[in-house]
Design a protein around this ligand. Structure first.
Ligand code: NAP
Length: 236
């Protein structure tokens, strides 16, 4: 299904990024495994995938490093067809106790990095007249309400949804689709003090991956600017 396609997944060496990488590789895509600090994890993922994977380091807080990352992947693997903006740091802390550095990190990590990665890959996708960008949101991204314990995260992810819809509109003439997939509470994540998930279980990596695979497939050629909430009915 994805033979000949080059995919960049940010934060690919572990967690959700790793599972997305394995799923796309299984369907034939070549994977640019991006990591920041844990090269050993990137190397073991490369071993798992085999020859259709290369490892790339970049600090996604740095615009120049992002452009250099995309330049290197394009030169070595081919222009990027699929971008998954997966890296998205989280903080659970009362808003008034958050330092400026923490605030800045969450906004830049979730919003700015996806903005710059998208800007860097879009010229190549426009040339090919095909592209898929998927931004990872979170369950409550469409809710404009008070979020006292996750304020910068909620602001950044909702901002990312606006960017998703904006890019969807401007890139549609180039046959580039831009969508968001928003996981609910995952077993690996930090949990609120009290919660009840109507489906009676946590969101699994597979749940999220199914939505991503659908949005990448030809069956979703006409679907752009949408947000798929993979939340098991939690907080809707
Ligand atoms: N976990 C949940 O419950 C949950 C729920 C809803 C949504 N989400 C979203 O799902 C996505 C994945 O979450 P996650 O918890 O698996 O991973 P994450 O914490 O967002 O990202 C971890 C990855 O980012 C890399 N990274 C860390 N700092 C970096 C930097 N400065 N520059 C570039 N890369 C950096 C890490 O690489 P190294 O290991 O090499 O440092 C690692 O590969 C996120 O967008 C998150 O917001 C998660």
């Amino acid at each position: 299904m994805l033979e000949g396609k080059v995919a960049l997944i940010t934060g690919a060496n572990r967690g959700l990024g790793k599972e997305i990488s394995l799923a796309l590789a299984k369907r034939g895509a070549s994977i640019a495994i991006h990591y920041f600090k844990n090269r050993n994890l990137a190397e073991s993922l490369k071993k798992q995938i085999g020859k259709n994977a290369e490892i790339y380091h970049a600090d996604l807080m740095d615009e120049k490093e992002i452009f250099e990352l995309v330049r290197r992947i394009s030169a070595e693997m081919g222009e990027i067809d699929i971008l998954i903006n997966n890296f998205g740091p989280f903080i659970y802390k009362k808003w008034e106790e958050i330092s400026f550095e923490e605030w800045d990190y969450i906004i830049r990590g979730n919003l700015n990095s996806a903005f710059i990665c998208s800007k860097a890959v879009i010229p190549g996708m426009r040339r090919k007249k095909w592209g898929r960008i998927i931004n990872i949101g979170y369950n409550r991204v469409e809710q404009i309400v008070a979020f006292p314990n996750i304020t910068p995260y909620a602001i950044a992810k909702t901002g990312l949804l606006i960017l998703t819809r904006t890019m969807a509109k401007t890139e549609a003439p180039y046959k580039i689709t831009v969508n968001m997939v928003s996981p609910g509470l995952m077993e690996e994540g930090i949990k609120p003090e009290e919660f009840e998930i109507p489906m009676g279980r946590y969101c699994s990596f597979e749940d999220v991956i199914e939505a991503i695979i659908f949005l990448i497939s030809d069956g979703a050629n006409y679907i752009t600017g949408t947000n798929i909430i993979v939340g098991g009915g939690w907080k809707i």
